[in-house]
Design a protein around this ligand. Structure first.
Ligand code: FES
Ligand code: MG
Length: 597
């Protein structure tokens, strides 16, 4: 194994070598080296240990984060892989984000985590880094930071949790959290039963066991070439997961000798992203992944701006939906794993993939697939459909544009429950924000019919910091009780990857922007959604739009408490977030973190 020369930690203290990038400086080069060695030796490392390639392991463990509960074991296994192969493994912490314990939303903190990750990778003398994470925002944050830092990165996800069991049926977070709570509210199950269910929904460590955002991002990492095939789906509590960790450590040592070639800014090409988007469409993945992938690609100096929302739509038109998991199907991630996981899926998608794309294994995707041994799986155990017998023929996720969303909006068309809504016009019932929605949605006197279009404004990146997953606007109770199960719903917010319905999300620019047309929609305006034409439009004249906008701009300017105005003098991280976050179509990243192009 190549000896680490980049960081001088093993160099004799009388070295005359000058300062190198990535090393803490105390002014005088010799004295700086001397001090670094004083402190690294306090940890007990020998000269021999320090002469090895140093593999950093990013530790995102927290006792608040059950999705990451297996990280201590994973770190042990990664270290074993590194050290059996002649490297020195050193773990260090970054912040930990769990979906349920990251107020106001974990999305608000994703960019902070990406900054933490980027700066700690740059600040410390590591030759390559293993990024351990899994919960929804963690893998995107780590990849955003990793691309910007541009040292070799290897992702290791914590893996999905096992399903639980209730009255003989399997249940799992979080699709079944929603159904069971609805049954409890409807009086179908009682308090004792819902309490029992509460204990079974997340029965082990690991990420949500359905095709939510965590699983989607894990599959996307494989599509990008940054993780091994089995890496996406092996259960968090399996011994397979530990062997994946060990081999990730081994690979981290090997990656160093490849030089520039396997650093993220060289490894990731346009073709890698097209492969990842193909995976997203074929798994019927979470719409959140669109926002994350836009943030990720815009960190890449050679690719920023060249992949847009339209790329997702183009790829979707030729990609069938093949994976039958909750929320759209009935299976869990463990079933996907047992059906061959990403290796089996990528084999089926072969005609659509750029097989020449490089992967972190040093092989191209095509070479990696050729060396994958696939055992035949009995049809009844199979949750990956054949390429010519898909669950949905194409365009699982579509991108819509029109006067309502000039910068775009996103819909998971495959999750629509009432297909007539995909080509539809109806009158808007408008809610000005989450509070207004909560106050009025179940009001008996709400002027709404099954033909209405529900509009929720001001839950975009600035309007409701963190862009909450409130886009799944509930069906008003008085309609739900008549048996209405789906309506066309539109917002500038996000939706959980575990939810479904005919729901337009991520409308850009968001309603809080004084120039946003979405912000001036009123009750009774006719809204048209046409999936074939990829159109989302409000049927009012341009003159009417300009008239309403000029009134609104004045109103906003006069309102001291409007977030668009108030943000100019907000303190701390919130102020930084509010002033710097860009729109969902750009990834809701901070403008100053986007690559310089
Ligand atoms: Fe962590 Fe779902 S809460 S993956
Ligand atoms: Mg989620």
């Amino acid at each position: 194994v190549e000896v680490n020369r980049d960081y001088d930690l093993s160099r004799p203290i009388d070295s005359t070598q000058g300062m190198r990038q990535g090393l803490t400086s105390y002014g005088d080069a010799h004295f700086s080296l001397f001090l670094r060695k004083v402190f690294i030796k306090a940890l007990g490392y020998s000269e021999d240990a320090l002469s090895r390639p140093i593999i950093g392991i990013v530790n995102t463990y927290s006792s608040f984060n059950p999705c990451h509960a297996n990280i201590p074991q994973l770190i042990d296994a990664v270290k074993r892989g590194v050290q059996l192969n002649g490297g020195l493994a050193i773990d260090f912490p970054t912040i930990s984000l769990h979906e349920s314990f990251a107020s106001p939303t974990s999305m608000y903190l994703r960019n902070l985590m990406s900054m933490d990750t980027e700066e700690m990778i740059k600040a410390q003398p590591v030759d390559a880094v293993v990024l351990i994470g899994g919960c929804d925002k963690t893998t995107p944050a780590q990849l955003m930071g990793g691309i910007s830092a541009n040292k070799p990165i290897l992702h290791l996800v914590t893996g999905p949790m096992m399903p639980g069991s209730h009255k003989g049926a399997r249940i799992g977070a979080c699709t079944d959290c929603r159904n069971n709570w609805a049954s409890f509210r409807a009086g179908v199950i009682d308090i004792e039963e819902i309490a029992t269910i509460n204990e079974e929904l997340a029965p082990t460590a690991g990420t949500c066991g359905v095709m939510g955002t965590a699983s989607t991002m894990a599959c996307i990492l494989v599509g990008l070439g940054l993780m091994s095939f089995k890496g996406a789906s092996a259960p968090a509590v399996s011994s397979a997961r530990l062997r994946i960790a060990e081999s990730t450590g081994a690979n981290a040592v090997a990656v160093i000798t490849a030089g520039e070639r396997l650093k993220p800014q060289s490894l990731l090409t346009r073709e890698s992203f097209i492969n990842a988007i193909t995976v997203l469409q074929a798994i019927g993945g979470s719409t959140n992944a669109v926002v994350h992938l836009m943030a990720i690609v815009n960190r890449h100096p050679k690719l920023a701006g060249s992949i847009t929302l339209d790329t997702f739509d183009e790829v979707g038109r030729r990609t069938p939906l093949l994976v039958d998991l909750k929320p759209s199907g009935s299976n869990y991630m463990t079933d996907f794993h047992n059906s061959g996981g990403m290796g089996a899926l990528l084999h089926k998608l072969r005609p659509l993939l750029h097989l020449e794309a490089m992967t972190i294994s040093g092989k191209t995707l095509g070479e990696a697939l050729d060396s994958e041994i696939l055992l035949p799986i009995p049809r009844e155990l199979q949750c990956i459909q054949a390429f010519d017998a898909p669950l949905y023929s194409a365009s699982s996720i579509v991108v819509l544009r029109g006067n309502l969303a000039p910068q775009g909006a996103v819909m998971k068309a495959s999750a629509s429950k009432d297909r007539k809504l995909l080509n539809y016009s109806g009158r808007a019932v408008v809610f000005a924000g989450s509070v207004d929605l909560a106050r009025r949605i179940d009001d008996e006197n709400l002027d709404v019919t099954p033909e209405s279009v529900l509009v929720l404004q001001n839950i975009g990146p600035v309007g409701n910091p963190g862009m909450p997953e409130a886009g799944l606007i509930p069906i008003p109770r008085k309609l739900a009780s008549q048996g209405v199960t789906d309506m066309l719903r539109i917002s500038d917010g996000r939706m959980s990857g575990t939810a479904g319905g005919t729901i337009v999300l991520h409308v850009s620019p968001e309603a809080a922007d004084p120039d946003s047309v979405f912000g001036i929609i009123r009750d009774g305006d006719v809204i048209t959604c046409n999936i074939e034409e990829r159109v989302i439009r409000v049927e009012i004249s341009d003159e009417e739009i300009q008239g309403r906008l000029s009134v609104r701009r004045k109103e906003v300017a006069a309102q001291k408490s409007h977030p668009w105005i108030e943000r100019e003098k907000m303190r701390g991280y919130r102020g930084l977030y509010m002033r710097s976050v860009n729109q969902a179509d750009q990834g809701a990243d901070f403008d100053f973190l986007r690559t310089e192009t």
